[in-house]
Design a protein around this ligand. Structure first.
Ligand code: NAD
Ligand code: MG
Length: 298
């Protein structure tokens, strides 16, 4: 394990001690139930005041990439609210503790953002708890592999779009009146938006939509001083993959076909989200930052 995110370890060998041989879990999966724990940067992320005094809401901030972002944001000086499903209380509780350990305000918002009314209420709760909002990270997602289109139910198709696309729209629309020049919105898309897998038709389609939403809205909000960007992870070791995102038999090899030859860890995503949230990315608008171990994207 690295001392911090600034080491020059061989990136092809970094985190090679973490195996991806998890036992399958029910969705939503838990970080605390992964056989080999994902690295969220809890032992390695070192902040440098890049988000001092900012107020951030991160959906899916209980586990995986969102949790790594929550830890990094708190260490960069931000107060952080996280939204997640009620079944994920155990993971959320741990991340809330890590945010508070930095002396920052942390707020937990359990509930289902695939429902319009709840999604809108998340913004009100976050604004009240943090005393405002400067950073919105739309990161929550549903991913369930289905090999044949004939077996992809209307219910799953609908819920994948509600969770990944509609919730992003509802949350962003509700957040806008609270944002001011200098605020940022960051959406988590995916490598699936460039090279979709055969068994992820619904999920990959939502990730294409997130890229389009990001680039269109970015142009609309740029004149107001609000920047919208996205991050596109490649294969990352998180509970999403161990709870139906991939076939269980695919997990041991997950990520090994990337040019770096290994799966990525949530800790390796956090610096991209910090960069896009901080003022140092002031001329970066409508961009999708790929963090995928080297797979080419158009
Ligand atoms: P994760 O399971 O740790 O995080 C996803 C989170 O989404 C869950 O923790 C859950 O809290 C939240 N969520 C799902 N449905 C919800 C609902 N209805 N209401 C409220 N919250 C809900 O997995 P992750 O891999 O860290 O996923 C984070 C993001 O990264 C997602 O957008 C995912 O599509 C994206 N991504 C992941 C990978 C990967 O390989 N892990 C690759 C590309 C993109
Ligand atoms: Mg989770």
């Amino acid at each position: 394990m690295s001392d911090d995110q600034y080491t020059f370890d061989n990136p092809a060998e970094k985190f090679s001690d973490i195996e991806t041989k998890a036992k399958p879990q029910e969705a939503p999966g838990l970080d605390t139930k992964l056989d080999d724990k994902a690295d969220l940067g809890e032992h390695s992320y070192r902040g440098s005041g890049r988000l001092t005094g900012r107020k951030a809401l991160i959906t899916g901030g209980d586990s995986g990439i969102g949790a790594a972002v929550a830890i990094a944001y708190a260490r960069e000086g931000a107060d952080v609210a996280i939204s997640y499903l009620p079944e994920e209380e155990e993971d959320a509780h741990r991340i809330i503790g890590l945010i508070e350990a930095e002396g920052r305000t942390a707020h937990a918002i359990p509930g289902d953002i695939s429902s319009h009314d709840f999604a809108v209420s998340v913004i009100d709760v976050a604004v009240a708890a943090l005393g405002g909002l400067d950073i919105l990270v739309n990161n929550a997602a549903k991913q369930v592999f289905v090999p044949k289109l004939a077996d992809l139910s209307d219910e799953q198709f609908d819920l994948t779009f509600k969770t990944n696309v509609y919730a992003m729209f509802w949350l962003t629309k509700a957040a806008l009146p609270h944002l001011s020049p200098g605020s940022t919105i960051i959406n988590t898309t995916s490598q699936q938006a460039y090279s979709p897998s055969a068994e992820l038709v619904d999920y990959a389609s939502t990730k294409y939509a997130i890229n389009g939403f990001t680039k269109a809205l970015a142009q609309q909000l740029a004149p107001e001083g609000i920047r919208v960007n996205a991050v596109a992870p490649g294969p990352i070791w998180t509970p999403l993959q161990a709870s139906g995102g991939q076939p269980p038999e695919a997990l041991p090899e997950f990520g090994q076909d990337s040019p770096l030859g290994r799966v990525g860890q949530p800790a390796e995503l956090a610096p991209a989200f910090v960069f896009l949230a901080s003022g140092e990315s002031s001329y970066v608008v409508g961009e999708t930052l790929n963090v995928n171990g080297g797979s080419p994207t158009p």
